[in-house]
Design a protein. Structure first.
Ligand SMILES: Cc1cc2nc3c(=O)[nH]c(=O)nc-3n(C[C@H](O)[C@H](O)[C@H](O)COP(=O)(O)OP(=O)(O)OC[C@H]3O[C@@H](n4cnc5c(N)ncnc54)[C@H](O)[C@@H]3O)c2cc1C
Length: 420
């Protein structure tokens, strides 16, 4: 399925720059957003609501992906409410998670208790990301100045006079060009635009990798997310109604060794952590049932170039700790819209405007990455060593700081609000 809304201008020989590809058409918009994930889709909606011509280019033909983030935190729920979409989202099939806990054989440790937060949404909504994205895209389609092109694989930045002037993408029978006063790269952790722009992230290396797979879920089993630690293994299980989407966390670099040991060893590890799964672990027949995610954490020192801004995972990949990636991507989108709407309407986006977006988002990003790194060292690295007892770090056990993790995971350093 492919979709297109909006007008197309035919190639104009005087405008199209020299390129080795035959360009089928040249389209013009104010803001061209590459990537229809949470960051790109929400930014497109926010700009569309303000009457700004915006084009969203997504490489896939639908929003469905295997093994993506499925958590909508209180910060994003508040943003959805500001957009009038919270009740529509809550009408979709979902479960609610009021606490983030993990169970060890000895105890249950609560990392974050959202019930104590002052918000209308004191919980994480767990629902397939595709449903969230479809809701946003449907809302954006109400605005005639919004264009969505699915199956548009952006491959080139157009650079003229030292500034980015748009992109070229492959899709719909060949090459197409989009010219825009601002291009936004929201194309995820392997951002092609970031690479094309020559922007290099600073990498840190979390001590773990993740194997993702699905196993059947029985209707009477608990809702939400289950975290379990036992015998040097860690698992997080996300309720996807008829299935558990499971993250089996392994020490960094341990995948090849586990794979060589065979799928039976993985099954055995799963049952050691969650004995209840012994009745269905055989569903994992071979390694094709398992997706490997190399856990990364990085951030760009500079999120922009003239005419180009990077947001979401393209600007900062988050570790999976606390499942905050979607929410930071959405917050980036809100700040970008707050800062850039007026310059876009005036047709005059300055480098200082792009710098202002980074300035507002960099500190919260660095802060959450430091918090994730702290939890990784204090809990995950210890958990891999089956001899060590897992306890909540002493700091987080102090009554005065008890609500801090929930606040940090729910909102970050401060709340982000839609201003227009
Ligand atoms: C397995 C896994 C589990 C995760 N679990 C969680 C979780 O539970 N909670 C959470 O908050 N976060 C989670 N995350 C992280 C979360 O998914 C990301 O942080 C979030 O999706 C980032 O949003 P984004 O819009 O920046 O990028 P993405 O969601 O990656 O979206 C980028 C989009 O750009 C498109 N694209 C890429 N290249 C091009 C191109 N050249 N042309 C056009 N389009 C392109 C892609 O198809 C994609 O749709 C998880 C990530 C993974 C990989």
């Amino acid at each position: 399925m492919s979709e297109f809304f909006g007008t197309v201008t035919q190639p104009n020989a005087t405008e199209a720059p020299a390129t080795e590809h035959e360009i089928l058409d040249v389209q013009q918009t104010d803001c061209c957003i590459v990537g229809g994930g949470p960051a790109g889709a929400v930014l497109a909606l926010l700009l569309a609501r303000q009457g700004i011509p915006v084009m969203l280019l997504e490489a896939h033909k639908d929003f469905n992906r295997d093994f993506r983030g499925d958590t909508v935190h209180p910060s994003t729920m508040e943003i959805m409410e500001q957009l009038g979409l919270a009740s529509s989202l809550l009408e979709l099939r979902h479960s609610k998670l009021y606490q983030l806990t993990f169970q060890t054989p000895e105890q249950t440790v609560t990392i974050a208790d959202f019930k104590r937060l002052k918000t209308r949404f004191p919980y994480i909504v767990v629902l397939p990301q595709v449903k969230f994205l479809e809701l946003i895209a449907e809302e954006a389609k109400r605005y005639p100045n919004f264009q969505l092109v699915m199956g548009a694989n952006v491959q080139e930045l157009i650079e003229e006079d030292g500034a980015i002037k748009g992109v070229r993408y492959r899709g719909h029978g060949g090459w197409h060009e989009v010219r825009a006063s601002l291009t936004v790269g929201a194309d995820g952790r392997h951002s092609h635009l970031r690479e094309q722009a020559g922007l290099k992230p600073i990498e840190t290396s979390p001590p773990m990798d993740v194997l993702w797979f699905r196993l059947p879920r029985h209707p009477e089993e608990p809702e939400g997310i289950q975290g379990r630690i036992s015998s040097g293994h860690i698992m997080a299980m996300l309720n996807r109604n008829e299935e558990w989407q499971i993250a089996y966390i392994i020490p960094k670099g341990g995948y090849q060794q586990l794979r060589a040991a065979g799928i039976a060893v993985l099954r055995q590890g799963i049952v050691e952590v969650v004995p209840e799964l012994s009745d269905r672990v055989e569903h994992l027949q071979d390694w094709s049932d398992v997706a490997f995610l190399s856990v990364e954490s990085n951030r760009l020192p500079c999120w922009y170039r003239p005419g180009l801004l990077l947001i979401g995972d393209a600007a900062h990949v988050m570790s999976p700790v606390g499942g905050v990636g979607i929410n930071y991507a959405v917050q980036d989108a809100v700040v970008a819209a707050n800062v850039l709407s007026s310059p876009l309407k005036a047709g005059n986006v300055q480098l200082s405007d792009l710098a202002a977006v980074q300035r507002q988002r960099e500190l919260p990003t660095r802060f959450i990455q430091a918090f994730q790194s702290f939890i990784q060292q204090q809990i995950f690295a210890r958990a891999f060593n089956s001899q060590q007892t897992i306890k909540l770090p002493i700091l987080l056990r102090l009554p005065i700081l008890r609500d801090l993790p929930a606040r940090i995971l729910a909102f970050g350093l401060w709340r982000v609000r839609v201003q227009n």
